[in-house]
Ligand binder design. Structure first.
Ligand SMILES: Cc1ncc(COP(=O)(O)O)c(C=O)c1O
Length: 391
């Protein structure tokens, strides 16, 4: 049977990057002692009050269709959060609730880019971006995040990649997989390019609350950026709610109207009991979440210290997110071979970053989503594996 070209556009390198993760899960199912550090899923429970809110909502019968774009109080709470972070006045009408940030990224890209357009994405990039851009039919244009700059974006690199076909810059800070943030100057540099060349900026801010050395900065609040910045965010990482599939887009101008039409043919709205729980999540402070961030910081400090004491590998200390990139280029192994052999020999699953873009070649992404004890164990195993390579 014949398939549409679409199926090829969503099946690039990125979709294969998860192979090692699935293999690790399979080995664990077979009873092998595997430490899975290949996925960015906080190993913390969703705060109980949020879970309770979902139970209550279910018991109240909130199990039917609801508004396509999200229930009004939740949209208002998201708008309020956006106002707090960016200082920009938006109302609930700008908010479209989605099944996770992933869905928001896809829907936004489908509204903003099409065949013949170019979309600039800093790389190494989050693995699904290739398919998100590919789905729209636009061409993905990558700009490097260089290790020498601490994986920070260089607006000059972005400027050099802009052509008359450029429509969108898609960026994600705090960054997956490098853990880099964006400085005020870098942000202004990118914003100036958007204004000068009349570009959209999609800002994926799913790690906005997981920052360790300074505040998160959103471009949406910068002068002249409110009308061209699309903020995509979710509760997945901030509230340890990856499985709830609840995210949103804060969309300027008519984009929220277009997104509403996309949700109608793609989602038909998100579950009301999940939205009720999300409203509780956004309406209170949770001490569990501050504890989670503090714990991620402790893990980051310890793992970075240990990796940098190992032979032939090194890493930068991430400024945000929940990942750490390990440079294995001096190990004598490519990152795919390193990751495969590490999994077989020592049962540690990390993602090779080769599929994340050219600047990821020779790096592994380690997720900090395991307890400190488990991470210490993983570091022991990686060290043992490296010791074995020397012999
Ligand atoms: C950079 C980035 N964007 C988006 C997502 C998807 O998040 P969600 O669970 O909200 O769909 C992830 C998940 O790992 C991510 O790392």
């Amino acid at each position: 049977m014949r398939y549409a070209q679409f199926v090829e556009r969503v099946a690039g390198e990125g979709s294969r990057a998860w192979d090692i993760h699935y293999r690790a899960r399979e080995l664990a199912t077979q009873g092998r002692d595997i430490i899975v550090l290949s996925v960015g899923d906080p190993d913390f429970d969703t705060p109980p009050a949020i879970v309770e809110a979902a139970y209550d909502s279910l018991k109240r019968g909130r199990t039917h269709y609801t508004s396509m774009v999200g229930i009004e109080p939740l949209r208002e709470a998201i708008a309020e959060r956006h106002r707090r972070i960016t200082g920009r006045r938006v109302d609930a009408g700008a908010v479209v609730v989605m099944a996770g940030a992933q869905c928001g990224l896809f829907a936004s890209m489908m509204c903003l880019a099409q065949p013949g357009d170019e979309v600039i994405v800093p790389e190494p990039m989050y693995v699904t971006y290739e398919a998100v851009v590919g789905a729209s039919g636009a061409r993905l244009v990558q700009v490097p995040l260089r290790c020498e700059r601490g994986f920070h974006i260089d607006p000059d690199d972005v400027a050099a990649a802009i052509t008359p076909r450029t429509r969108v810059i898609l960026m994600n800070f705090p960054h997956n997989p490098t853990g880099a943030m964006i400085t005020a100057d870098e942000l202004e540099g990118v914003a100036a390019l958007c204004r000068r060349h009349d570009l959209w900026l999609i800002s994926d801010e799913v790690y906005a609350t997981l920052t360790y050395d300074g505040p998160h900065r959103s471009p949406a609040g910068l002068p002249g950026m409110g009308d061209r910045t699309v903020v995509v965010d979710s509760l997945s990482k901030s509230h340890a709610m990856t499985g709830w599939r609840l995210g949103w887009v804060v969309a300027p101008g008519e984009l929220s109207y277009h997104l509403a039409n996309v949700t109608q043919c793609l989602l038909y709205g998100c579950p009301p009991f999940v939205q009720d729980a999300a409203l509780v999540a956004l309406s209170r402070e949770f001490e569990e979440l501050e504890a989670m961030r503090a714990e991620f910081r402790r893990r980051r400090d310890r793992v970075a210290e240990r990796v940098n004491r190992m032979p032939r590998v090194r890493c930068l200390t991430p400024e945000g997110s929940m990942f750490l990139m390990i440079d294995v280029r001096d190990s004598g192994l490519g990152s795919i071979e390193f990751a495969d052999r590490l999994l077989d020999a020592e049962g540690v699953a990390v993602l090779p970053c080769d599929g994340f873009g050219p600047s990821g070649v020779g790096y592994l992404r380690l997720s900090l989503s395991a307890s400190l004890d488990v991470l210490e164990d993983a570091c022991d195993r990686i060290e043992r594996f490296l010791g074995g390579l020397n012999r």
